[in-house]
Design a protein around this ligand. Structure first.
Ligand SMILES: *[C@@H]1O[C@H](CO)[C@@H](O)[C@H](O)[C@H]1NC(C)=O
Ligand SMILES: *[C@@H]1O[C@H](CO)[C@@H](O)[C@H](O)[C@H]1NC(C)=O
Ligand SMILES: *[C@@H]1O[C@H](CO)[C@@H](O)[C@H](O)[C@H]1NC(C)=O
Ligand SMILES: *[C@@H]1O[C@H](CO)[C@@H](O)[C@H](O)[C@H]1NC(C)=O
Ligand SMILES: *[C@@H]1O[C@H](CO)[C@@H](O)[C@H](O)[C@H]1NC(C)=O
Ligand SMILES: *[C@@H]1O[C@H](CO)[C@@H](O)[C@H](O)[C@H]1NC(C)=O
Length: 244
C-alpha cells in the first residue's frame, strides 16, 4: 500500500477530531416508507448500501408499502410497529384482499419460516375449508363463500384455539386476524391485518447506541460491531476488548 498522502492524512485527523459519523452509518438512521417510520430493529434496504441490521427485519419499500424482504413472496406488509412490546401489525398481501377468493388458501404461519416472529395469541382465527371433494352441504358453523371454487368460512376464537374439524373431505387453512370489526366481512378483517411478536433481541444495537456508538453489520446482515469514533468494539463503546 502507498503511504498516506498528506491531504488524506489531514482529512483523517480532522474527521477524528470532529468525530464525524461515517456516512454509511448515518444512512441507517430512521427512514420513512408511506405512513411508516422505520427504525430499529427494522431497517430499509437500499441498493448499494451495506445492511443495517438483521435480515429478519429487512424491509423493502414498494411505493408506499413497507414489505418484509424475507417473508413468503416478500409480501408481508408492516403497517404499525410497537417497539415497546416487541410486536407489529402486518397485512399479508398474498391473501385475496379484494374479493376474498384466492386460487388456493394456505396457512400464513408457513410463510414465517425460521424467522424470530410468532403469531400473537391476541389474534382471532378465520377458519377456511376448501378443496372439499365430497362435502356438498355446508359444514355446521360455517358459511359458504361466494367464490367460484367452493369454500367455507367461519370466524373463530383465539388464534390457535380451534380443534380440528372432523372433515377429511376438506382442507383446513387458518388465517390470523386481529378481530372482526366488520361483523361477518372476513375480507375487511384480513385487510386490517394481524399481530406478530418477535421473541429474540436481534443484537446489541440499543446498548451500542446508548454508549454513543453506531451499529454496523457484515454484508450478510448478521455480523455485528459497534463503531465508536474510530474504534470498533464487539458490543459497546469503551469495552476492554477492541476489534481493531
Ligand atoms: C414519523 O416521524 C415524523 C418525524 O419524526 C413524525 O412527525 C411523525 O409523527 C411520525 N409518524 C408516526 C406514525 O409515528
Ligand atoms: C410492488 O409494487 C408493484 C407496482 O405497484 C406491484 O406490481 C407489485 O406486485 C408489488 N409487490 C408486492 C410484493 O406487493
Ligand atoms: C403492544 O401495544 C400495542 C399498543 O398499545 C397493542 O395494540 C398491542 O396489542 C400490544 N402487543 C402485544 C403483543 O400485546
Ligand atoms: C379453481 O381451482 C382450480 C384448481 O385448483 C384452479 O385452477 C382455478 O384457477 C380456480 N379458480 C378460481 C376462480 O380460483
Ligand atoms: C353466516 O351467515 C349468517 C346468515 O347470513 C350470518 O348471520 C353470519 O354472520 C355469517 N357468518 C359468517 C362467519 O360469515
Ligand atoms: C393449517 O394448519 C392446520 C392446523 O392449525 C392444519 O390442520 C392444516 O392441515 C394446515 N393446512 C395447510 C393447507 O397446511
Amino acid at each position: 500500500m502507498p503511504p498516506l498522502q498528506p491531504p488524506l492524512l489531514l482529512l483523517l485527523l480532522v474527521a477524528s477530531i470532529l468525530e464525524l459519523p461515517a456516512p454509511a452509518a448515518a444512512a441507517c438512521s430512521p427512514k420513512k416508507c408511506g405512513d411508516l417510520n422505520i427504525s430499529y430493529p427494522f431497517w430499509l434496504e437500499e441498493p448499494g448500501r451495506p445492511p443495517c441490521g438483521s435480515p429478519s427485519f429487512q424491509l423493502n419499500c414498494n411505493g408506499s408499502q413497507a414489505l418484509l424482504s424475507r417473508s413468503i413472496l416478500g409480501a408481508y406488509q408492516v403497517v404499525q410497529v410497537f417497539a415497546e412490546n416487541s410486536s407489529f401489525l402486518a397485512v399479508d398481501r398474498n391473501l385475496p384482499l379484494h374479493d376474498g377468493c384466492p386460487k388456493f388458501w394456505f396457512n400464513i404461519s408457513l410463510g414465517l419460516g425460521l424467522s424470530p416472529f410468532v403469531i400473537s395469541k391476541r389474534n382471532k382465527e378465520l377458519l377456511v375449508l376448501d378443496k372439499c371433494t365430497e362435502q356438498k352441504v355446508t359444514p355446521p358453523g360455517f358459511n359458504r363463500t361466494g367464490c367460484a371454487n367452493e369454500s367455507f368460512i367461519r370466524l373463530g376464537g383465539e388464534y390457535g384455539s380451534h380443534r380440528e374439524p372432523v372433515l377429511p373431505a376438506c382442507r383446513l387453512s387458518v388465517v390470523p386476524v386481529l378481530g372482526f370489526p366488520g361483523g361477518d366481512d372476513y375480507v375487511r378483517s384480513m385487510k386490517q391485518g394481524f399481530l406478530l411478536e418477535w421473541t429474540v433481541p436481534s443484537d446489541n444495537c440499543p446498548k451500542c447506541e446508548a454508549s454513543g456508538g453506531q451499529c454496523r453489520y457484515a454484508n450478510d446482515g448478521t455480523g455485528f460491531s459497534c463503531h465508536c469514533s474510530g474504534d470498533v468494539y464487539p458490543e459497546m463503546c469503551g469495552e476492554l476488548t477492541k476489534i481493531n
